[in-house]
Design a protein around this ligand. Structure first.
Ligand code: GDP
Ligand code: MG
Length: 162
């Protein structure tokens, strides 16, 4: 079986957009309306000749109470089947309660984590990612899933973690 990368994070940070970058196809469903991706969906990916499986996550109701708990529970299941985790945050928004809940799950799991600071669409926005060092998850990989910015370096970091 191929190594598994789980992509986790709260709704609307750009997980599915980033999954499409990673697999090089537009298969993961991206929506302006949060919470569209259903549960867990797996895709085959290859980078520098190495194959792996990417698991996109979603399926929670962003309007429901206790979003942080829902997101953390979903991350917990995805992380349990993963060899490494890609934790996506929205650098423009910063860290929310739901992000903190995911961080606790990741710490407990002791799995290798790559931190993606998404929605850094231009150089001006890069400063927003610096505060993410405080999460204690290592260097934030600064990316724009929308434009493809930083995706090569991100994938190098993912392969190093898998
Ligand atoms: P998910 O809920 O985490 O899977 O997020 P999606 O991939 O569905 O994206 C949610 C919204 O954020 C969509 O409108 C995307 O087009 C937008 N988005 C995703 N990545 C980026 C990015 O790098 N920059 C900007 N500006 N928007 C993005
Ligand atoms: Mg999604």
């Amino acid at each position: 079986p191929l190594p598994v990368l789980a992509v986790v994070g709260r709704p609307n940070v750009g997980k599915s957009t980033l999954v499409n970058r990673i697999i090089g196809r537009r298969e993961a469903v991206v929506e302006d309306r949060p919470g569209v991706t259903r549960d867990r969906v797996s895709y085959d990916a290859v980078w520098n000749g190495r194959q792996f499986t990417v698991v996109d996550t979603g399926g929670w109701d962003p309007d429901a109470r206790g979003l942080a708990a829902q997101v953390a529970a979903q991350a917990e299941v995805a992380v349990s089947v993963a060899d490494a985790v890609l934790f996506v945050v929205d650098a423009a928004v910063g860290i929310t309660d739901a992000d903190e809940a995911v961080v606790r799950v990741l710490r407990r799991s002791k799995k290798p984590v790559v931190l993606a600071a998404n929605k850094v669409d231009d150089q001006r926005a890069e400063a927003e990612a610096h505060g993410l060092w405080n999460l204690g998850l290592g260097e934030p990989q600064v990316v724009s899933a929308l434009h493809g910015r930083g995706s090569g370096d991100l994938l190098d970091a993912v392969l190093a973690a898998l």
